[in-house]
Design a protein around this ligand. Structure first.
Ligand code: ACO
Length: 324
C-alpha cells in the first residue's frame, strides 16, 4: 500500500503594526541597545495594539497561508493552533479561528507547548495526515506574549514579541515532513514559567497578577544542550548529515543559542534563517514566521531540505525535518 506523507502547501505570517525598539525600552527600564544586541541579537519586536488578540494575528497569518496554498478554508479538515496566550480560557483559539475564516465543521484544537508549540502542532498534524485522519490541515503558531510580560522587568521584557505564522499541510505521496521528534522534562518547570492559572487561582491568593519569570542563564544552558540534541536526532533518524540540510529554521529565542546549535551541527551560518533581530522571541509563532519570511524572500525553495527546532517552557522541545 502506498504511504501518505504531509507536504507543506503554503505558508503565511503576520506581525502587529507597532514596533518597539531597544532604544524605546531603554527609556522605561535600565537597559541599553548594546546590552540587548550583544546578549540576544534582538533589535526590535512587534507588539499587539490594545484589543488586538492572538486570534486576530492568527487570522491574518492563516489567510496568507491558505492563499499561498491555493485552497479555500472549506478544504481544511483540521485546524491546530499552538499558543500560550489564548484569547479565552475556552473555547480554544482554534475554534474561534475556524469560525473567523469560515472553515468547518472540521475538528479544531489548541496545543500548549510554549515556544515548542509549533513543533508539537506540526507533529500532531503530520500524524493525522499519515494515518489518513486528515488530508488538509492548517497549523498556526500565534502569540500575544506581550500580555504575560512584566514591562518593568528588564530580564524578560527585552526578549519577547507578538506575531503569528501559519502552514497549510496537505496529503501527498512523498515527504514532505520526513520526521518529527518531541521531548519534554517537567522538572525544569520553574526555570521559565508564568506561575498562575485558572486552577491555582494565583491572583486571588496573592492579590497580584503573575507574569513570565525566567532564570535566564539556567534556561540558556539547557536550551543549548537540548536543541543541539534534537537537531542531531533529526538528522540521525534520516541517515543525513548537516551537509544535507539546505536551511535551519530555529526557534528565535537568542542568537547565541542559535549560534551554538549551528556550531554543534557544523552548519554554515548562511544556512540559518534569522528573524530574531526584527521579531524578538514570538514563542510558538517564531518558527512559522521565520519559515514564511524565508519562503517569501526566495531563500527556501521547493525541494529544499529544512530542519526546524524549538525549545521553551516546560521544558518542552523538539525538531522536524522536512522537504519544502
Ligand atoms: N539590560 C541590561 N542588563 C541586564 C538586562 C537587561 N535587559 N537583563 C539582565 N541584565 C543584567 C543582570 O542583572 C546581570 O547583572 P549583574 O552581573 O550585575 O548581576 C547581567 O546583566 C548578566 O545577567 P545574566 O542573566 O547572567 O545574562 P545572560 O548573559 O545570561 O543573558 C539572557 C540573559 C539573554 C536572558 C540569557 O540568559 C538567555 O537568553 N536565556 C535563555 C532565554 C531563552 O532561551 N528562552 C527560551 C525559551 S522562551 C519560552 O519558552 C517562552
Amino acid at each position: 500500500m502506498n504511504k501518505t506523507f504531509s507536504t507543506v502547501l503554503g505558508t503565511g505570517g503576520f506581525l502587529p503594526q507597532k514596533v518597539v525598539t531597544n532604544a524605546d525600552l531603554a527609556k522605561t527600564v535600565d537597559t541599553s541597545d548594546e546590552w540587548i544586541v550583544a546578549r540576544t541579537g534582538i533589535r526590535r519586536r512587534h507588539v499587539a495594539a490594545p484589543g488586538e488578540t492572538t486570534c486576530d494575528l492568527a487570522e491574518q497569518a492563516a489567510a496568507a497561508a491558505i492563499s499561498a496554498a491555493g485552497i479555500t478554508a472549506s478544504d481544511l479538515d483540521l485546524i491546530i493552533v499552538a499558543t500560550t496566550t489564548a484569547d479565552y480560557v475556552f473555547p480554544s483559539t482554534a475554534c474561534v479561528l475556524q469560525e473567523r475564516i469560515g472553515a468547518g465543521p472540521c475538528p479544531a484544537f489548541d496545543v500548549q507547548a510554549v515556544c515548542a508549540g509549533f513543533i508539537y502542532a506540526l507533529d500532531t498534524a503530520d500524524k493525522h495526515i499519515r494515518t489518513g485522519a486528515a488530508r488538509c490541515v492548517l497549523v498556526v503558531g500565534a502569540e500575544t506574549f506581550s500580555r504575560i510580560i512584566d514591562w518593568s522587568d528588564r530580564a524578560t521584557c527585552v526578549l519577547f514579541g507578538d506575531g503569528a505564522g501559519a502552514m497549510v499541510l496537505g496529503a501527498g505521496g512523498e515527504p514532505g515532513i520526513m520526521s518529527t521528534h518531541l521531548y519534554a522534562d517537567g522538572k525544569y518547570k520553574e526555570l521559565l514559567w508564568v506561575p498562575s492559572g485558572v486552577s491555582t487561582n494565583y491572583q486571588a491568593v496573592t492579590g497580584a497578577r503573575a507574569y513570565t519569570q525566567m532564570q535566564g542563564p539556567e534556561v540558556f544552558k539547557v536550551a543549548v544542550q537540548r536543541l543541539g540534541d534534537a537537531a542531531v536526532h533529526a538528522l540521525g533518524a534520516n541517515g543525513l548529515s548537516a551537509a544535507d540540510v539546505d536551511w535551519l529554521v530555529p526557534h528565535q529565542a537568542n542568537l547565541r543559542i542559535i549560534n551554538a546549535t549551528t556550531r554543534r551541527l557544523g552548519l554554515a551560518d548562511d544556512k540559518v534563517v534569522l528573524t530574531i533581530a526584527d521579531h524578538g522571541n514570538t514563542s510558538a509563532a517564531s518558527i512559522p514566521l521565520a519559515f514564511d519570511v524565508a519562503v517569501r524572500d526566495g531563500r527556501i525553495r521547493r525541494g529544499h531540505r529544512v530542519l526546524v527546532e524549538g525549545f521553551g517552557g516546560g521544558f518542552a522541545w523538539g525538531s522536524a525535518l522536512l522537504v519544502y
